[in-house]
Design a protein around this ligand. Structure first.
Ligand SMILES: Cc1ncc(COP(=O)(O)O)c(C=O)c1O
Length: 368
């Protein structure tokens, strides 16, 4: 029987996220520095909210996400309105919704590798073709090259700031000039799931552009800053014309009661967010100084992770660290062959990382 399988779905190798567990020798502590998770875990206030919700799980959740969107409006200092927001059960799901809403077969999207894999994977499921305008050798966006690659079929451009896995960001002035030159049929999807961690004075989110009514969508997640990767909650915001259009494909009861209540409680616990950001920024300095001292090449980062050029081949490097309980992520499949991404953890985890890297570097100099 001729089933209606779509060629581009059959050809696709399903996207898999990073692994969760490794086997280590007895007595070795595992430090998971492979998925950019929150070293502090998540807010105790969220835990309380989740516990309070458990008794209600036999009922459907609220049939609207309005309370979460109201909490988001507060979180954005009331500059955006409830109608600007779309919520979903992860940032990844938002990418899927954007693809569904805007892409037809043979449309084009533009990405800049190395980048988060779902941009190409999820858009491919709609039959769209991804055009890669690679980053420069020092892992910055080639914004001019992206503008040159736009054709009539181009519908979406995915840029992340800070970018995963390279950690670079797009300064306000550059982004403003870029957006001003976008043709009207193109939407910029600005992935800002790591935005809280940036310390750069000229960092910008998508907010000013959304307020100006530009074709820009800002993607966010509760997985990083709020430490809720396992709960699966994300959202985006866009000018009302775009968000109200996207709302038409929001499924009823998309977010579970736990996700809704957990996310609302997470937004209220500003102290937890501040602690997380302070920890990441402090540990970022600590790890980068350590890498410098060991003469390990890395690229500047505004994220809760760093991209490095390992001193030995990436697989050997990963296995070496895993044997010592440290999980890191090789990112060849993101478009950075041979490079490895390392998340910043607690001071204990980061020390363990630097000690192990010290051992590796020493073994390298003695074997040469
Ligand atoms: C750049 C980027 N965007 C979006 C996401 C999506 O996060 P989630 O699906 O966990 O909300 C991630 C997660 O790693 C990411 O790195």
């Amino acid at each position: 029987m001729q089933l209606g399988f779509k060629k581009y779905i059959l050809e696709d190798s399903t996207y898999k996220g990073g692994g969760k567990k490794i086997v280590v020798p007895e007595g070795v502590t595992v430090h998971k520095l492979s998925s950019n998770e929150n070293p502090l875990g998540y807010s105790p206030k969220v835990k309380q909210a989740l516990e309070n919700t458990l008794d209600d799980l036999s009922f459907y959740p609220d049939n609207t996400d309005i309370r979460l969107r109201e909490a988001l409006v507060k979180d954005f200092d009331e500059v955006l309105r409830v109608d600007n927001f779309i919520t979903a059960n992860s940032g990844s799901e938002i990418i899927d919704m954007i693809s569904k809403a805007f892409l037809r077969e043979d449309d084009e999207i533009i990405v800049s590798q190395p980048c988060f894999l779902p941009y190409t994977a999820f858009t491919r499921w709609m039959g769209a073709n991804a055009i890669n305008v690679p980053m420069t050798a020092d892992y910055n966006y080639n914004l001019e090259g992206i503008l040159e690659a736009i054709i009539d079929k181009t519908k979406l451009i995915f840029l992340a700031s800070p970018n995963n896995p390279s950690g670079n960001y797009i300064p306000l002035k550059e982004l403003r000039e870029f957006i001003a030159r976008l043709p009207e049929h193109v939407i910029l999807v600005l992935d800002e799931v790591y935005r809280h961690f940036s310390e750069a004075e000229d960092y910008t989110s998508a907010v000013p552009f959304v307020l100006e009514g530009k074709n820009v969508i800002g993607i966010n997640s509760f997985s990083k800053t709020y430490g809720l990767a396992g709960l699966r909650v994300g959202y985006c915001y866009a000018p009302i014309e775009i968000s109200n259009y996207m709302r038409k494909i929001c499924k009823p009861f998309l977010l579970s009661s736990l996700a809704l209540e957990g996310a609302i409680a997470a937004l209220k616990d500003v102290d937890f967010v501040n602690q997380t950001v302070a920890l990441v920024q402090k540990e970022r300095k600590f790890v980068l100084n350590g890498l410098d001292a060991l003469h390990i090449k890395f690229w500047p980062t505004q994220g809760n992770f760093v991209l490095i050029d390992p001193p030995v081949p990436d697989t050997e490097f990963t296995v070496f660290l895993e044997q010592r309980g440290i999980m890191v992520r090789p990112v060849g499949n993101f478009g950075a062959p041979g490079k490895v991404r390392i998340s910043f953890g607690t001071r204990e985890a980061n020390k363990a990382l630097l000690v192990s890297l010290g051992v590796l570097m020493k073994s390298q100099t003695t074997t040469v």
